[in-house]
Design a protein around this ligand. Sequence first.
Ligand code: ADP
Length: 275
Amino acid sequence: MNETVKTDHKDEEKAVEERLAPIKHILLVLSGKGGVGKSTVAVNVATELAREGYRVGLLDIDIHGPSLPVMLGLEGTPIHYSENAMLPVEFTINLSVMSIGFLLKDRGDAVIWRGPMKYGVIKQFISDVEWGELDYLVVDSPPGTGDEPLSIAQLTGKKSRALIVTTPQRVSIDDVRKSINFCKKLELPVAGIIENMSGFVCPHCGERVDIFDTGGGEKLAKEMNVPFLARIPIEPGIVDACDNGGPYVLTNGGSETAKAFRTAIEFILASQDEK
Ligand code: ADP
């Protein structure tokens, strides 16, 4: 690598560091697989933290399938700029949002970036957003243990912890084991595991049915010696909230499912200064 390229690289990493300096804690929401509810958890955890009075940023770096604009009803929202940075969109009191989806012209657009380009895009995206002072930045990463989660874990460094989302079935759990090993290799502390889609309570008869089995996430947490945070059931209200752009916990505050999110937050807050 020639000297100029090396210097540019260092400058860019310094820009990321400076941008993240006013942020106290970063939660990287990870999952072994797509479709397990990672974005849903990111949205509801961020909303609940903001409701608790923390200043929260929610960053979507899922460059292949950014879903936060839809989940928050922010599709087509224009981005405003300060002199040299993008300003996050203010969603509710204490909660601002930035998604790579705001920059794509069309939701149907396919984005094809190879490994090193992804690192560059993510790095630039992080250094170009002016969050200001935050207590928490919640990052919705793409699933798996590939280039994007690796990039974001390397870039956000020491103030990050991973929040891992799984469903209870064996195929999902096996992938989460990989995610935990990925965190261990990167020395990224694990704030805990959330088991999503864990059982379903029939709204008519009240009977509980474990459609995808249950308890796998908790067993794995014990086996891998990481905290288990909460079980979130399959909840028709979540589907509705995700499709219609309103975080579930905002509109269903007292429900059992919202309480499960609350339990997860309490664990996260209780352990925030341990690392
Ligand atoms: P991922 O980010 O892991 O790909 P999403 O958060 O986008 O997953 O969720 C995938 C779909 O599953 C969405 O349509 C969402 O509404 C739905 N979903 C997620 N969690 C639940 C749940 N606990 N109950 C019902 N539907 C859910």
